[in-house]
Design a protein around this ligand. Structure first.
Ligand SMILES: O=C1C[C@@](O)(C(=O)O)C[C@@H](O)[C@@H]1O
Length: 251
């Protein structure tokens, strides 16, 4: 598997990296929370801009990104607009979604840009290319909040992300039983063996918590941990995650 370097972290190597989401709605609260999170030194901070009140005002978005960036020091910043259908907070028409991604890339607002798979594939390719030309790395993502797709489906979605040219492929799915958790883990293991980009997966909810701590065993390169508010069901606190992952570390 190829690894991906972002600032001083290497995704796809060693113990999974930890990303902490920011879900506040205004600049002041975001900068305050970013300061609290930065002091805890996670590998990545994910700004969930679908919660930000001025997300469609690109000047304000850029200014807030700069303000967050200033308090993060060398911690990598991931910017994510999660659409409502994939568990996010807002609906955006496809053209607005891509305009937003383009503004983030052109403005070099982040180190990493989340791009969802369920959009027009040609537009996706263009936005990935634009991000790369502006020095951003990309994480393509796909979410199913109701169920867990089949192993073949999970694998082919992750593979498609790699084929589209993303640096990293991510998939989160909701399990309805233990077999679903195993399905996600099996697909993850296959993807990390067969794809040449790092893979991030998680099984959500309580049943899936095991997948959030055992990434090193099954092949997920990063896990999301909360400081205060969570951004998805089943997310574990940063503190517990660190503790549990240290216990499970492979030597
Ligand atoms: O894609 C993901 C993964 C996630 O949904 C989770 O389940 O931890 C949390 C989101 O904030 C992030 O964008």
């Amino acid at each position: 598997m190829k690894t991906v370097q972002v600032r001083n972290i290497t995704l796809g190597q060693g113990i999974p990296k930890i990303a902490v989401p920011l879900v506040d709605t205004d600049r002041e609260a975001l900068v305050k929370q970013a300061r609290t999170v930065a002091a805890l030194k996670p590998d990545v901070v994910e700004w969930r801009i679908d919660f930000y009140q001025d997300v469609t005002d690109y000047d304000k978005l850029g200014q807030t990104a700069t303000a967050i960036r200033e308090v993060l020091g060398d911690i990598a910043l991931l910017m994510t607009f999660r659409t409502k259908g994939e568990g996010g907070n807002l609906i955006l028409a496809d053209d607005q979604y891509f305009q937003l991604c383009q503004a983030i890339a052109k403005g070099k607002m982040a180190d990493l840009l989340d791009v969802e798979l369920e959009h027009d594939r040609q537009e996706i390719k263009q936005v990935l290319d634009l991000a790369h030309r502006n020095g951003l790395k990309t994480i393509m993502s796909n979410h199913d909040f109701d169920k867990t797709p089949s192993e073949t489906d999970i694998f082919s979605r992750l593979k498609e992300m790699a084929e589209l040219g993303s640096d990293v492929a991510k998939l989160a799915a909701m399990p309805n039983n233990v077999t679903d958790v195993l399905t996600l883990l099996t697909a993850t293991n296959r993807a990390q063996e067969e794809l040449d980009i790092p893979v991030i997966t998680m099984s959500m909810g309580d049943l899936g918590k095991v997948s959030r701590v055992a990434g090193q065993v099954f092949g997920s390169a990063l896990t999301f941990g909360a400081v205060g508010k969570t951004s998805a069901p089943g997310q574990i606190s940063l503190e517990d995650l660190r503790h549990d992952m240290a216990d499970l570390k492979l030597n």
